[in-house]
Write a protein that binds this ligand. Sequence first.
Ligand SMILES: [Fe+2]
Length: 499
Amino acid sequence: MLLSPDGRTEAHIPSTAGGSLPSGLFTLGVASGDPLPEAVVIWTRLAPRPLDGGGMPDRPVRVRWEVAEDERFHRVVRRGVALAHPLVGHSVHVDVQGLRPDSVYHYRFRAGDEISPVGRTRTAPTPHSRPRLLRFAFASCQDYQAGFYTAHRHLAAEDLAFVAFLGDYIYEGPANPAALRQHEGTGEPMTLAQYRNRHAQYRSDPDLQSSHAAFPWIVTFDDHEVDNNWADEIPQDPALQTPEAFRERRKAAFQAYYEHMPLRRESTPRGLDMRLYRRLRFGRLASVHVLDTRQYRSDQPATIEAANDPALSMTGAEQEQWLVHGMRTSGSRWNVLANQVMWASNDRRAGPEKVYDLDNWDGYRVQRRRLLEFFGSGQVDNPVVLTGDRHCTWVCDLKPDFDDPASPVVAAEITGTSITSGGNADPVAFHNTYDPIMAESPHWKYIDNQRGYVVCDVTRERMLSSLRLVSTVRAQESTVRTAAQFLVESGRPGISVAG
Ligand SMILES: [Fe+2]
């Protein structure tokens, strides 16, 4: 199948004659994502000079791809040719069709005389099947400057159906000379060329490449893929970026994000927007509702009083309706939300005074209450919210009113830690600060501030999640351990520390 930049099949490919290609085409590795029962997206980007615009000639290049049942490619089941087009940074997204459900495949690409590393992927079970087990991981927040991707090296060695990445895939900050390793470039990225270079720097990391190559990923962004704490068309610092300049910046950031992620055609940026909220189904066992809490949100309120404004929305009305309808009708035992910022109330100060991060759902209280009342209405089976952003593990019961002890527990939230952001942690200082607040926050069940990721084992009866912590992000080698496990039982809202 021949694909144009917008993914349409083309009967005729423009000539790619024009000289030989530079060497080192597959510096960014391979990836796959958004598995369906009979299809999965496979990805690569040709970039012989990853930090300098990619280094490809300004013309489309044919890329052959193949998908096989075995890693030696003796049993190839699908193959084709795609176009790596300069308009999409010579990235390739192939939506491979006609695969068998719930099956492992291997894939690779060829361009010029070169062949890519081999990726492994896996399709989803058929919609009406009843899988005995679904095992996946979720992760977030991988500031390149904060450390090495030791967590990805261990993540790649897990046995998983997919990885859900909940945002802060890149950070937009300028190079920090004091950091363990430095961002490329001379400042924050603003243009498409600059965002491409930033993504390419991250994607050049071999440990990140290994975890992409091991499983399909289901990705969503948070703020740092564009600008810290952006909200719809509003940047972090409106005084420094005009509305027009920020719209152009957002377009550039979305385009580079799409070019580097294994996303389906539906997520191609169009104008100012990019459709990222979507649903993936794993038989009748679980649906994953992927949220976008940046692109449509109201600006952050300035005070707790202002956070009670019913007009504030984290998702926009259309996405909220999509979420409610999709959760109600999913037919799934588990309704998992791939979400960015914390739902559970998260006071930052001990004593009667309360301090919240109003960029979180604490800033959008009326909508949060409305959705949590829906979670508790009996219309949706086993909602579990998985969250990034916090750079800590925060395991919580969810209640429509966190200030009312009588408010019922309606769901569970696991805020995962970060891959690197925050660097190596000081658990003693963390617990000195937060243990007294935890004593005043009975819906918090477990807190921790060390680096890693979370693995979730889902059966019809329960979801058992393991916090996997690495020993360091300040060296390339680390060990990994299961620091704690968290149990959600089907039909019993809330979460507990297991064992
Ligand atoms: Fe982050």
